[in-house]
Design a protein around this ligand. Structure first.
Ligand code: SAH
Length: 245
């Protein structure tokens, strides 16, 4: 039997946001390799005899990427069907392409099942649409911490439209400084922590107070920062979601 791997997007936190295809594969695979941001609830949908391997943070360390690649390869070479379950969408700051190309280069079949990315779903659950016919003709998703350890490059910040920053709260001062090179200090901002989960928290401020707001409220990762006029729509659109406590 030839093994294979599916990179499956688990969605942003609410287990109901996995795709039908993702759930079907999860229910039929031999091995699940899952990340820190994946809802544990989803693991109940795996087969009782499936092997579950945690690839997220352990004692402050994440399994390093080459070790994860090796585990996926090894299991597939043993003839197993492996679901690599990743938070949100596998190809949005998820290193999905590194895992997929590693496997394909070694002759192992690998497919991707896209997921609902937190970049869009987390603002939505907080009542913020990333576009609006009246307030924003586009949105841009940027990382607050790059692989080389540096923060946002201001060249990635558009002058207009909605700005969604991922992995930005741990370096919020640098993030604010970079955005202020391009955007107005009075722009509305929302910071959403653990979005779409029962412990979701949302705080609002203006761009110039972003770092203060994150620190005073003790916001920590995972969190998303949204900058732009659409944040104001929260007043109209936010209703207490069923799944949120
Ligand atoms: N592939 C994922 C993103 C991985 S990068 C996706 O498509 O959603 C991890 C970053 O995603 C976090 O630092 C945070 O900025 C964001 N994130 C993921 N889940 C989140 C959640 N439930 N609430 C807020 N931010 C989240």
């Amino acid at each position: 039997m030839k093994g294979r791997v599916a990179l499956v997007g688990a969605g942003p936190g609410d287990p109901g946001l996995i795709t039908v295809k993702g759930l079907q594969l999860l229910g039929s695979c031999d091995v699940v390799v899952y990340d820190r941001l994946v809802s544990e609830e989803l693991l109940k949908f795996a087969r009782k005899d499936a092997e579950l391997i945690y690839a997220g943070k352990n004692l402050g360390e994440s399994l390093n990427q080459s070790l994860i690649n090796e585990i996926l390869l090894q299991k597939a070479l043993e003839g197993k069907f492996v679901v690599r379950l990743k938070g949100g969408d596998p190809y949005v700051f998820g290193r999905g392409e590194e895992e997929c190309s590693f496997l394909l280069e070694r002759g192992v079949d690998c497919e991707v099942v896209p997921g609902v990315t937190s970049a869009v779903a987390v603002p939505a659950y907080a009542g913020i649409p990333v576009t609006s016919r009246w307030f924003s003709s586009g949105f841009c998703v940027v990382t607050g911490s790059k692989a080389d350890g540096s923060s946002i490059d201001p060249d990635y910040i558009p002058k207009k439209g909605t700005l969604v920053i991922m992995m930005g709260v741990s370096r919020v001062e640098d993030v604010k400084r970079a955005i202020l090179k391009v955007r107005d200090p009075g722009e509305p901002v929302a910071v959403i922590e653990r979005g779409t989960t029962p412990s979701q928290r949302v705080v609002e401020c203006t761009l110039e107070k972003l770092d203060l707001c994150v620190r005073e409220n003790g916001i920590s990762s995972p969190a998303i920062i949204v900058v732009g006029e659409v944040v104001k729509l929260r007043n109209k659109l936010w209703n207490y979601h069923d799944t949120l406590g």
